[in-house]
Design a protein around this ligand. Structure first.
Ligand code: MN
Length: 147
């Protein structure tokens, strides 16, 4: 529907519900919220705003769909395949299909970002023990993952 929904304090928007990051309880993520900003049926895509609280992180996952991300608030780091990047507001992040990824907020700041995805998309895959071990063979990745 055409119109304007105003930006509100603390990165909320009018008429937008604050959702849990994922419906299921899980130990794979920590302190993440989700707001679905645009999902008109004719768009073919969705634009979401995720916010990882300071010290929190998204799920380490991969999937067939691509992520197009614009960092909007705060700073942190992102793991993309076997590389770790510092990220801050207004950086653009591309996650190609079937690429392991995880977002982590800094210890002293949240990490808020817009994420565009296909409306029709596959479910994320989690790494097997073997895949996790392979990722951790890169010291920078092991440090990022916290062990
Ligand atoms: Mn993902």
């Amino acid at each position: 529907m055409s119109g304007v929904r105003r930006f509100k304090p603390d990165y909320r928007w009018e008429e937008i519900e604050l959702l849990r990051y994922k419906a299921e309880e899980s130990v794979t993520f920590k302190d993440v919220t989700r707001q679905l900003l645009f999902d008109s049926a004719d768009l073919g895509c969705e634009l979401r705003y995720f916010e990882v609280a300071s010290g929190g992180h998204s799920t380490l996952e991969r999937h067939q769909h691509t992520h197009a991300v614009l960092i909007l608030r705060g700073h942190g780091r992102v793991l993309i395949h076997d590389r770790v990047f510092d990220i801050a507001a207004h950086d653009l992040v591309t996650i190609d299909r079937l690429t392991w990824h995880q977002f982590r907020a800094a210890a002293d700041a949240p990490l808020g970002f817009l994420c565009m995805v296909n409306k029709e998309r596959d479910r994320p895959q989690l790494p097997s023990d073997e895949e996790l071990a392979a990722l951790k063979r890169v010291p920078e990745v092991a440090a990022f993952l916290g062990q």
